[in-house]
Design a protein around this ligand. Structure first.
Ligand SMILES: [Zn+2]
Length: 145
């Protein structure tokens, strides 16, 4: 019923757990099935260097969480943003029709994580700008004369 790849992710999850002092941590849930997927990640520049997942729910939900974490690790934000449903399906060797929600949960979690990482990154660059802004501009002085 489940593919060998899916069972392998379920039995030997990759990146299971939570990244300590993560830049972003998100949790999404599927109320219909009760699945919960939590992702935490750290950025190094633009690249997701550390990612951890915690999944609670059905076998495919846990396998998709593991497959997603493996897909995302070492990718830049732009490369992560183009991960599709098909990428996850290939990574787990397909899912039974009734388990499509598990792939969707992984995609929802990924979108939430990307949003949180981008927000975090623009926050740090904004505080960098704020520090740099009080630099005097020479043109202002000549204009006031
Ligand atoms: Zn489920």
């Amino acid at each position: 019923m489940y593919s060998p790849q899916l069972l392998d992710h379920f039995e030997h999850p990759r990146n299971a757990g939570e990244v300590p002092a993560a830049a972003a941590c998100v949790e999404v849930a599927n109320p219909a099935c009760g699945d919960v997927l939590r992702l935490s990640a750290n950025l190094e520049g633009d690249v997701i260097r550390e990612i951890g997942f915690l999944a609670k729910g059905c076998v495919p939900a846990m396998a998709c969480g593991s497959a997603l974490a493996e897909l995302v690790e070492g990718r830049s934000l732009a490369e992560t943003a183009i991960i599709t449903r098909e990428d996850i399906l290939v990574a787990v060797g397909g899912v039974p029709t009734a388990s499509g929600h598990a792939v969707q949960l992984a995609l929802d979690a990924l979108a939430a994580l990307l949003g949180a990482l981008r927000a975090r990154r623009s926050q740090t660059s904004l505080s960098g700008l704020a520090k740099a802004s009080p630099v005097p501009v020479p043109e202002n002085r000549s204009a006031s004369r």
